[in-house]
Design a protein around this ligand. Sequence first.
Ligand code: HQG
Length: 184
Amino acid sequence: MDDHARTRLSKRLSLHLRHAPEKIGLQLDAGGWVDVDVLLAALGGVTRADLDEVVRTSDKQRFVIEGPRIRANQGHSVAVELDLPVAVPPEVLFHGTVARFLDAIRREGLRPMARHDVHLSATRDTAERVGARRGAPVVLVVDAAAMQADGHAFRVSANGVWLTAAVPPGYLREQRPSEPLVSS
Ligand code: HQG
């Protein structure tokens, strides 16, 4: 497959394994899993080799095949219980967004919007890329250690995305571009 075909299939998988399985007559189980054979039959015209290639090469490891089954690692809007264990986050995590959401975020904190959880990144670079999907990225720094100490639960998906139910505004800092140490 060329890049274009891989991206197209990846987007179809995201759509049906996260958001709209019923559109192609799929039923995900409680954990979001579906048999690979059933998925291939529902997609039509996609080979097992194509599927394996997309799962293997996905830049963000969006999907996982375990035995006969496949699921999306995170990002669902349909009800699924991923059963991820609670994990201790690093001191700080990052969230990439854009300026037009900042007023609401300052007021309400980060909310999961259409997804199950707020998605946080372990690195600033990743957060920048996430924000850049919508425009000039703004990176927020989340005081994950303080949240954890205050009893907020964190989970980490199989592809390294940190998930939490919400981030109240008090745990957020807005990252300014770093000032040069010596002004000339
Ligand atoms: C914003 C992609 C107003 C939030 C990415 C974001 C990521 C608020 C948008 C993954 C808000 C939700 C997740 C509030 C949050 N008021 N806006 N109170 N709280 N927002 O797409 O984090 O390609 O659901 O800043 O790479 O952007 O799908 O979340 O801009 O990993 O695998 O509301 O999705 O991965 O947008 O992205 P999203 P996200 P995939």
